[in-house]
Design a binder for this molecule. Structure first.
Ligand code: GLA
Length: 381
């Protein structure tokens, strides 16, 4: 991808790029809809990535993509949220966020390439933002790194693009590491990379993109956030993270209405499940032990948080029926992808079982691949 992006840049702009940068998509092993509740998440960066070739330009920035026909232009010194629409807003938004943090951002030409499917719940937009941010920061010779960079990219998504995401995706794309998942306490923002190598246990972490497309700018995600905020207010806590497991039943009784109660139950139990999985990973025990915890997360997202769709449920159920140790939807939900933990030698059987189940239900065929924990955003050349 690196060579193709550089060659396409040269063709489009008539000069070679000054550099090529990359940032990965992610799957979340566990900890769903917890990041905007100040809770715990455990994503891992994927080998699927966004690659950006870029070079300084005079007077205006131009954005092209190998996947999209439209070309966008903006001026880094003056761009405002209404100026750029569509996917290029993720690029312009980073320039805007840097500028509003007081950094001088020179204009540049960009050529974007990606092998992360859009709308698959694999964080194609966070990867785009992170790759562009790394490029802009290097071109401008600024010192912005790690979590500060992730926060900046999230601000571009929230306030420029208008997608009300939490911080998990950007943190995964920045802090990813080969053979590790990224454990984050989203309140303290302490990040710990925890070893996760399924192959060492004869296991595979399979990703199945159900091809049911989701949109975080749609109202459902924002609505979940709003309900969680209202529930926290009703309980008199800063965030749902502050409800201990031991107080869950009492807190549930204090909430008005079944919807808030179910949302609370998901968030509190999900945070506990993240800690369970982290303790298995840290102890070096057999990874099969996390299987039931992953499946319990899915049930909670289906029944209490209500963010699954039939494709996600069918994919999870058919993977489990074919012998997976655990399976769950990953990402925001309302479509997108599932992950399943299975014996590597049963991979083909599980894939076939999911494909057959999709065919029986009349769904589009899923796209499957094996997840490999990969490095975070970086300069390639
Ligand atoms: C999306 C958001 C994340 C997170 C997940 C749900 O991926 O971008 O911040 O909230 O949904 O866990």
């Amino acid at each position: 991808m690196e060579t193709a992006a550089a060659a396409e840049f040269t063709r489009a702009y008539g000069r070679p790029p000054a550099g090529v940068w990359a940032a990965p998509g992610r799957v979340n092993l566990i900890g769903e809809h917890t990041d905007y509740n100040d809770g715990f998440v455990l994503p891992m960066a994927l080998h699927r990535q966004v690659v950006v070739a870029a070079a300084p330009a005079a007077g205006r920035s131009t954005v092209r993509s190998r996947q999209q026909a439209d070309v966008a232009e903006f001026r880094a010194v003056s761009v405002e949220p209404a100026d750029v629409a569509g996917w290029a807003a993720y690029v312009a938004g980073v320039a805007w966020a840097l500028r509003s943090d007081g950094y001088a951002v020179p204009d540049a030409d960009f050529l974007v390439d990606s092998d992360i499917p859009v709308g698959a719940g694999l964080s194609s937009s966070a990867a785009l933002g992170c790759a562009v941010a790394r490029a802009m920061i290097d071109l401008a010779e600024l010192e912005v790194h790690g979590t500060e960079l992730a926060l900046l990219v999230r601000r571009a998504e929230n306030d420029f693009v208008g997608a009300p995401t939490g911080l998990m995706d950007q943190l995964a794309s920045i802090h990813g590491r080969t053979g590790h998942v990224v454990f984050v306490d989203t309140r303290s923002l302490v990040v710990e990379q925890v070893p996760f190598v399924p192959a060492a246990h004869g296991l595979t972490l399979l990703v199945a993109d159900t091809r049911a497309r989701h949109q975080l700018v749609d109202g459902q995600y924002a609505q979940r956030r709003q309900t969680c905020r209202s529930a926290a207010r009703a309980l008199g806590v800063p965030a749902l993270r502050d409800v201990p497991m031991d107080d869950l039943e009492e807190a549930v009784r204090r909430l008005p209405g079944q919807t808030m109660r179910r949302r609370l139950r998901h968030v509190v139990t999900e945070n506990a499940r993240v800690l369970d999985v982290v303790s298995v990973l840290r102890s070096g025990r057999d990874l099969r032990a996390i299987g039931p915890v992953l499946s319990a997360s899915h049930a909670s997202l289906r029944d209490d948080f209500e963010v699954t769709v039939p494709q996600l449920d069918v994919a999870v159920d058919s993977a489990l029926a074919a012998g997976a140790y655990g399976a769950r939807m990953t990402g925001g939900g309302f479509g997108g992808s599932i992950i399943a933990l299975l014996d590597s030698r049963r991979r083909d059987e599980v894939v076939t079982a999911v494909e057959n189940a999709f065919q029986r239900c009349g769904f589009d065929p899923p796209a499957t691949f094996t997840a490999a924990a990969s490095p975070g955003a970086r300069r390639l050349s």
